[in-house]
Design a protein around this ligand. Structure first.
Ligand SMILES: Cc1cc2nc3c(=O)[nH]c(=O)nc-3n(C[C@H](O)[C@H](O)[C@H](O)COP(=O)(O)OP(=O)(O)OC[C@H]3O[C@@H](n4cnc5c(N)ncnc54)[C@H](O)[C@@H]3O)c2cc1C
Length: 492
């Protein structure tokens, strides 16, 4: 796949989207499938922002029931069923145990009530996510031997889904391209050309080569997640804007503790709910939820985040608890939550879509799980702005094809399974441009125990061959990746 930028500058599109996270990707695919001509520009790599840093769950969000967000939970449960059918290679069912111990903030009876409501609220039950059931203390300890049986009252077993967030975003972009959209990574919006209340063009710069040019369209969508206020400021109109109260969330990749289920446990320290998930041969532990006031590019896991999560794990499973040095890696992301004075964990996960001027929409908030439904709403608003009748949204029925060929060539890692052909394919067909793109988002190598130089180096050599890099370019991209990888290990 050649990274030609002239299709961006040579056309006037119906719609130009800023931001290649899951919301931008979802809007691009939906609009292109309905027949609009679409451009999308992303300043880094697709899914390089929040959309590769989530807990990687497609879920109803059991805990939002406590906040009476019944509409959000019902919509999320409906979308969970749709996404299971739409991308079965990326969204897979997962069983969860919700244990209750003496002294926990929520009793077993409360957990049963919550999961009953969760089942009841699901509009279209998918066979892969059956209803919950209650397990006795003995059954719980057998199902997940890492859970101490002392003071255990039992657990609730329920179903949600796990996903590959970075690939779901990328494959949504690639499918948008197959429907005619022109989507490019490493193209940053630096300004807007306006005439009165109308945007005439986006001023963009090719981040890799430094060239500047304009992208023209009849309508624009700002889907830049935690950057949305900054990008809105560039448009300099006096119209309505989205205001955010962002929070930071950190996850740790740790040696495998849980057996086969996800464990959703209660913090006795602050009542928060924490996930311990199966993650290949390892486990994923998260997340934190703390105020974040810096630029989203600066988000990093800090030692206090790592210690907070390890403390929670110690109080859940003291005999299986692990030390800082055992942690394999970590990652941090920023939630673009709509402005609120509530404490971080209680801020709304609802989305907001705001029109400004004649032809600019901004969209932020929501959950990964609801991206398809949010995209549908945005595209309908785009049609209204264009003064046209919207065609039918077809994204629920049209599956995302799994186009990666069977793996071949040298085996780079067994878990996750990555072969030489996956790297070459990421470069030739999936717009992988840097070592970071391929290690972190085309594959999950960076989020595994194989994220270090011993695998990154052969990956960089395969990329050099595919993309025709000089030695200097290869070394620079490898060094850039390893710097980022080190920043995710604040304990070293
Ligand atoms: C810790 C954490 C855990 C989460 N867990 C879950 C979960 O398990 N399930 C779930 O459903 N949701 C979850 N979420 C929420 C979910 O991840 C987000 O709702 C979703 O990823 C937001 O996508 P987005 O497209 O709005 O933003 P982003 O993914 O951040 O995309 C915005 C993009 O805009 C680009 N951009 C910014 N400025 C410019 C510019 N000037 N020019 C061009 N491009 C630009 C950025 O580079 C970025 O890629 C979680 C969020 C966090 C932080």
């Amino acid at each position: 796949m050649k990274r030609a930028l002239s299709p961006l500058s040579d056309n006037v599109f119906d719609l130009a989207i800023i931001g290649g996270g899951i919301l931008g990707a979802g809007v691009a695919r939906d609009a292109a499938m309905r027949g609009l001509s679409v451009a999308l520009v992303e300043k880094g790599d697709f899914a390089g922002g929040t959309s590769s840093r989530s807990t990687k769950l497609i879920h109803g969000g059991l805990r939002y029931l406590e906040q009476f967000s019944l509409g959000l939970v019902a919509e999320s449960c409906r979308e969970r069923s749709i996404l299971l059918d739409m991308a079965p290679h990326l969204v897979t069912p997962l069983s969860f145990l919700l244990p209750a111990y003496a002294g926990d903030p929520r009793s077993l009876a409360m957990l049963r009530l919550g999961t009953t409501l969760y089942d009841w609220i699901t509009p279209r039950r998918h066979a892969a996510t059956p209803r919950h059931r209650t397990l006795s203390a003995a059954e719980t300890a057998t199902a997940e031997p890492c859970l101490p049986s002392e003071h255990l009252h039992g657990s609730v077993l329920f179903y949600d889904c796990q996903m590959d967030d970075a690939r779901l975003c990328l494959e949504t972009i690639l499918d948008a391209c197959r429907h005619g959209a022109v989507c490019r990574n490493y193209v940053e919006v630096t300004g807007f050309r306006r005439s009165w209340d109308r945007i005439e063009a986006l001023q963009v710069v090719d981040v890799l080569q430094g060239d500047s040019f304009d992208v023209r369209a009849r309508c624009y969508v700002n889907a830049t997640g935690p950057w949305i206020e900054r990008v809105s400021q560039l448009s300099s109109g006096n119209a309505a804007r989205i205001a955010l109260s962002p929070t930071k969330g950190v996850h740790l990749v740790i040696p495998r503790i849980n057996h086969e289920h996800g464990i959703y446990f209660q913090s006795r320290r602050d009542r928060r709910m924490i996930f311990l998930l199966p993650w290949g041969d390892d486990s994923l532990l998260g997340t934190t939820d703390t105020r974040f006031d810096k630029v989203a590019d600066k988000v990093r896991p800090e030692m206090e985040d790592v210690e907070y999560l390890l403390d929670q794990l110690r109080s859940l499973a003291p005999s299986h608890a692990i030390q800082v040095d055992d942690v394999l890696t970590s990652f941090a992301g920023v939630r673009a939550l709509i402005h609120s004075k509530r404490n971080p964990s209680r801020r709304s996960r609802e989305e907001q879509i705001v029109a400004s001027g004649d032809n600019l929409l901004a969209v932020a908030g929501g959950k990964y799980t609801t991206f398809r439904a949010i995209s549908d709403q945005v595209v309908r608003r785009v049609y209204r702005m264009l003064g046209q009748r919207a065609g039918k949204c077809r994204t629920a029925e049209a599956g995302l094809p799994n186009l990666r060929p069977a793996a071949s060539g040298a085996l780079l890692s067994q878990s996750p399974k990555v072969c030489e052909s996956d790297i070459a394919f990421a470069c030739s067909e999936e717009m992988g441009v840097t070592v970071e793109d391929v290690m972190r988002r085309r594959t999950r190598l960076a989020l595994s125990r194989h994220g270090g130089v011993e695998v990154a180096s052969p990956v960089s050599h395969i990329m050099a061959k595919s993309l025709g890099w000089t030695d200097g370019t290869r070394e620079a991209y490898l060094a850039q990746y390893l710097r980022g990888w080190k920043q995710n290990k604040p304990w070293e």
